[in-house]
Design a protein around this ligand. Structure first.
Ligand code: PEP
Length: 251
């Protein structure tokens, strides 16, 4: 692990009703009674729970994040949510370009970059997701695919504003499969090299690169110890406070 303060973000996806906030209370209890976490802790609930979660999590240091935002700040976009609305509800982060958004809503790299720009404009830190499919990995194209996504999805504003990159191989999300530690090492090193190429050494070396995809209590310690893995983006295992806390404690 490098000297960048690690970050663990939970992505609840389209899961969670009011009673699910009990898990947040339990997480807060674990975080405040156990050993102080070394990681910055972020939870990205569905938008319906965001404001409550942001205020409930504040006393225990749990930060809130959105799962997506629109590229425009306001207007006639029924059902969408803007970055400034997320910020207004108490969010500090927002996930953009998650592979489920890219697949379910046909989001392109250009759109993801516009969303990241909107997030920065609203004072949020975007967590920009990239990752290859299993066919692309099998064809030996993982690094090229991820490099192209990085180039097109990260806005130039990242030179002066905080952004987070999340490497999430699509085939590892929700499947229980993970890349080998060597594969994670190699692709995170390649991402770091692209960031340094584009933003220079001092900036490129300070951008967090999270690993995401079937990160669990059982594998967190070894994955989070890989060079250039500066934390994790956690889906399924973030829904249960006990599991999420175990991952946070693995840092
Ligand atoms: C995700 O969807 O961002 C994710 C990493 O999911 P899971 O941990 O469930 O694989």
């Amino acid at each position: 692990m490098s000297t960048i303060a690690p970050l663990i973000a939970g992505n609840w996806k389209m899961n969670g009703l009011t009673h699910s906030l009990e898990e947040l209370s339990e997480l807060a209890r674990l975080l405040t009674t156990g050993e102080a976490p070394r990681a910055v802790v972020v939870v990205c609930p569905p938008a319906t729970l965001l404001a409550t979660m942001a205020s409930q999590g504040a006393s225990s240091g749990i930060l809130a994040g959105g799962q997506d935002c629109h590229a425009q700040s306001a207007g006639a976009h029924t059902g969408d949510i803007s970055a400034s609305m997320l910020a207004d509800a108490g969010a500090q982060f927002v996930i953009v370009g998650h592979s489920e958004r890219r697949a379910d809503h046909g989001e392109s790299d250009d759109l993801v970059r516009a969303k990241a720009e909107a997030a920065i404009g609203a004072g949020l830190k975007p967590i920009i997701c990239v990752g290859e499919s299993d066919a692309q990995r099998d064809a030996g194209e993982a690094e090229a695919v991820v490099s192209a996504q990085l180039a097109a999805s990260i806005p130039d504003a990242a030179e002066h504003h905080e952004v987070v990159v999340a490497y999430e191989p699509i085939w590892a999300i929700g499947t229980g499969r993970t890349p080998t530690l060597e594969e994670i090492h190699d692709i995170h090193a390649a991402i770091r090299a692209r960031l340094v190429d584009r933003f220079g050494l001092s900036r490129g070396e300070t951008i967090r690169i999270l690993y995401g995809g079937s990160l669990k209590p059982q594998n967190a310690r070894e994955i989070l110890a890989v060079d250039n893995v500066n934390g994790g983006l956690v889906g399924g295992a973030s829904l249960l406070a006990k599991d999420f806390y175990t991952i946070i404690s693995a840092v």
